[in-house]
Write a protein that binds this ligand. Sequence first.
Ligand code: M6R
Length: 600
Amino acid sequence: MCGIFGYIGFQKATPLLVNGLRKLEYRGYDSAGICLLEPNKLKTIKAKGRVGELARKVDNEILPATIGISHTRWATHGEPSERNAHPHLDCQEKIAVVHNGIIENYQALKKLLEKEGHCFLSDTDTEVVSHLIEKFCLNNNFEEAVLKTLALLEGAWGLAILKAGENKIIAAKKGSPLILGIGNNEMFLASDASAILEHTKKVVYFNDGEMVVIDQKGFLTKMANGDIVKKEIQELKWDVGQIEKAGFKHFMLKEIFEQPQAIANTLRGRITDNEVKLSIDIDPASIKRIIMVACGTSFYSGLIGKHLFEKICRLPVEVEYASEFRYRDPIINNNDLAIAISQSGETADTLAALNEAKRKGAKTLGIINVVGSTISREVDSGIYLHAGPEIGVASTKAFTCQITALVLLALYLQQEKNAQIDKNIIKELKLIPEKIQQVLNQAELVKALANFIKNSSNALFLGRGFSYPVALEGALKLKEISYIHAEGYPAAEMKHGPIALVDENMPVVFIATNDQTYEKILSNMQEIKARNGKILAIVNPGDIRASQLANWTIETPKTIDLLSPIVNVIPLQLLAYYVADAKGIDVDKPRNLAKSVTVE
Ligand code: M6R
């Protein structure tokens, strides 16, 4: 949700800033802008729309500056426009601010500043920050002025700030991600590691409440009271190849195809034939209930997790939309384990829900992909997915790796509590990467079937048991990237209302593989067929009965019920991808969305 990139060093800053923004564009693409430090003044260039628009503008200028900050925006306050694009300046145009997050008390601050004579040019919450720094710079140095400003702000921020005449960037973090890359006589500041990786693997992560002053040679981190904080330099584990498209048309397609490897990575070193090894700092015997908090696709993997934990460990589980959880005063006990599931590890709602559970005494665990992300540093224990960077806005490999990690955790709790483990699950788990590959080999078939759906206005996705969350995920994938209205339902719920929607124009996708709900699903398929709905069924090889009811089928290899979501979601991801691509939509950057949602 908004991307920030900053550079201070000896190279020309502009191409580095534009390139950094391109890497962060998945976080938002409503507008983009840069600000460069020129001798005693600032040079700002902004454009509405994608980073490409900004690049076209800067190409026409000779810009020798070696210090600059930049921003790609996902609009929260104020429409997407050049006027609302960051950086935002003060009245004198001496201070420039880029911001990721929300200043919740900006209206009160703006009123105050306007009374004092400050003129605002945008509708954003961010602009108060540059005017506050301007105000405090009258009697303080740059650094003190920033500290005084931060003390007045409420909300969330990743900030990067320039001041004319000062050869430094000041940055600050609270609730939004910020990472510093350390090069040789140059520094890179970014919202996430994907923008830094090609320059350096040496990074520093910041904690909430910290402010950092960066110059070409070094950096100094301080707390709000001015106390200096000692920071550890860490090594990034990703390599550059992982953040390129590697010949695929879109990141989403690449990430779908990476799933066999990604899942193998999630499993690596964590299972033998009869043991699960996780380094978790929580006593399994003390856990009496699990509460999972997550959003979007990660929430659906939590729904599958509920089935898993109940089946494997016989533990009660609640799965909550993180955005709802903390507003209803949930009842939490010391024996609860709160699990935050998040690809990015930065989702504001998930972070807030996790903190609420923690505050009320729950132990916490994260299932996270991005190493060093905010949630990963807030939890007592964690399981990293090791899925590699997920750049496409539509989450794919994170989903299947999250389920894999949840299976590992459920088996681990079973093993630690009962001193035994279900070896059949382990055996089947090891076969999953190969089974996914078998589905991927049918991509051309799915592409052909996408033609039957691409002109529909609506679609239904139906499943039961373990396949119900898969239906939800299939519908989410289709709607978010193809803009076709799609709903996921438990198949048996259709007859309680939604079946009224079904006619010959309604494609209905059934997950009808041969699990314990198979007979029931067949009846639900009959109900749709009787109303002329067009059925696409996901079936196991050799299936006859579901296939006879369907207009089209895609086969997925048989596995045990509790692992079937990992295999059965693959054709639904491919279907959404090929429908969206056939409609000419920019699959990696669908309208109105951002990869990392760092606002509540
Ligand atoms: O990074 P997270 O897993 O916390 O993100 C949660 C959701 O924002 C995310 O899954 C979103 O729903 C995706 N667009 C789904 O494809």
